[in-house]
Design a binder for this molecule. Structure first.
Ligand code: ADP
Ligand code: MG
Length: 483
């Protein structure tokens, strides 16, 4: 039987507010445990939550970015359950009246563009964290994260492959980071995905029973976890079994999914509107004012990179996905006036070095202005592309503008034809065997043989001879020998 995979994602995005959603405690990552949980976060008796309107504004920005209807009267509800990392005994969330209604995003797939519908997105608070390391036979609780604002983005089950699911997650990541409402740091848990996965016979239009893979925090793991789970479900069904609706955990080390809890012991959360918080009422004027503040989004930026800067679809896609990278790229273009050259360097030499040093582009040792200045010197023939790599490496390690490095290290390209001719004469004089071969070759095969001489001349010049000038002079000198 041929099977079709059906996937829906629930993505938790931590909002980049300075303080928590209902208290004034800091949301900064990495502090000593329990130093950023105040009386409200700890649910001490007599405390009352105060809604952070920064979180509201960010959620509305997200809603506008996915073309959604904004909930004009959002209601906070209590989702009641017990867990050690939840001192209040309930999570404040939204259920019936979320702040963001139906919307959609478009993703690129192997078969072209595909629309993924978003059912809704709601505001809620994050829970604390249980710490198992460093505690023998016990668990520690860190409540720093308790009360960090989240938007939970719930997709329709519109994805059909693990690649599409990862593409969708990437698109959401690009949107929230471009909006500046999330730092996007997945390793620190700023964006976490629950993947709902089911299979059905190809052609069927009823949904199969799904399992939910919890808290996946990398795009690669989204793909691997779904592929692994789909394989498990197919094997199970083809062996005569049935899929049970349950929550499963993906173990990247073993590349397997394991049952965490089944729907049977699912809680009845006893949702009810939180009596401590008023409904969040917004009017059109407020929403429209926020719309005016929206930055250019990745899709629009990509289109502009294609139409205005004549980048390829691929380059435009890569360079528009991350705001910092897109901003950096645009600054380089501004400095050097050549989008294609800038794209090649940002996606090539720069990205290679950043990856190797595990640095984000914000912390690049070579600034956009420094790189732009370097590219200017390639364009005006002061240096060749190869020497430029050398200059870049020196800028990376020691700093400085391109002009300073070129001057200090004497890397200026030799364009003086007299000097080039001298070098060529020397190379020809020392390569009698190759010259004889050149002369003996069919005229149309000689072009290929130029490479050897080119290499020798470039070596003799320390890479500084202008390649265009060398080719021209070399060819005419060698051909003159053939007559
Ligand atoms: P619940 O309210 O029980 O959490 P929802 O209907 O809200 O369930 O769905 C949660 C997520 O699961 C959504 O992202 C949805 O697209 C996805 N989903 C629902 N049914 C299926 C299914 N049969 N296969 C894959 N994903 C599904
Ligand atoms: Mg759900």
């Amino acid at each position: 039987m041929e099977w079709e995979t059906v996937i829906g994602l629930e993505i938790h995005v931590q909002l980049a507010t300075n303080t928590k959603i209902f208290s004034g405690a800091s949301t900064a990552f990495g502090a000593e445990p329990n130093t950023q949980a105040c009386a409200v976060d700890l649910a001490l008796p007599g405390t009352l939550p105060v809604f952070n309107d920064g979180a509201q504004k960010m959620a509305i920005m997200f809603g506008l970015a996915i073309n959604a209807e904004i909930g004009k009267r959002a209601v906070f509800e209590r989702k009641n359950y017990f867990y050690p990392d939840l001192p209040k005994g309930y999570q404040t969330t939204q259920l019936e009246a979320p702040i963001v209604g139906e919307g959609y995003v478009d993703i690129e797939t192997e078969d072209g563009e595909r629309r993924v519908r978003i059912h809704h997105a709601h505001l809620e608070e994050d829970a604390g964290k249980s710490l198992h390391e460093d505690f023998h036979g016990q668990s520690g609780i860190d409540l720093n994260r308790a009360g960090t604002p989240l938007v939970e983005i719930v997709s329709e089950p519109d994805m059909r492959t693990s690649k599409e699911a990862a593409a969708y997650a990437r698109k959401i990541h690009a949107i929230v980071t471009n909006l500046g409402i999330c730092d996007g740091n997945m390793a620190e848990g700023s964006m976490r995905c629950d993947c709902n996965v089911s299979i059905r016979p190809k052609g069927s239009d009823t949904l199969g029973t799904r399992t939910e893979l919890k808290n996946i925090n990398s795009f690669r793991f989204i793909e691997r976890a779904i592929d692994t789970e789909v394989e498990r479900q197919i094997d199970l069904i083809e062996d005569g079994g049935t899929v049970v609706q349950e929550t499963r955990l993906y173990d990247p080390d073993k590349n397997e999914t394991r049952s965490m809890r089944s729907k049977e012991d699912a809680n009845d959360y006893r949702y009810f509107p939180c009596p401590d918080l008023l409904p969040v009422v917004v009017d059109d004027a407020y929403v429209e004012a926020i719309r005016l503040t929206l930055p250019e989004l990745p899709d629009a930026r990509k289109e502009r990179f294609i139409s205005e800067l004549a980048l390829s679809e691929y380059d435009a896609g890569v360079l528009s996905a991350y705001r910092n990278q897109a901003d950096y790229f645009e600054s380089v273009v501004e400095c050097c006036g050549d989008a294609k050259l800038a794209a090649n360097w940002v996606m090539g030499e720069l990205a290679k070095n950043l990856n190797a040093a595990d640095l984000s582009i914000d912390n690049s040792p070579v600034s956009a202005e420094q790189l732009g200045g370097l590219l200017v010197r390639i364009k005006d023939n002061t240096i060749s592309g190869n020497i430029a790599k050398k200059v870049f490496e020196i800028q990376w390690n020691e700093g400085g503008t391109a002009d300073e490095v070129i001057e200090a290290k004497g890397l200026k390209q030799v364009t003086d034809t007299g000097a080039i001719e001298t070098m060529i004469d020397e190379v020809i004089a020392n390569a009698t065997a190759q010259v004889e071969q050149y002369k003996a070759a069919e005229p149309e095969k000689r072009g290929k043989m130029l490479g050897f001489f080119m290499g020798q001349v470039m070596k003799a010049s320390g890479g500084k001879a202008n390649p265009g000038a060398v080719t021209g002079i070399l060819k005419s000198k060698l051909d003159a020998l053939c007559d």
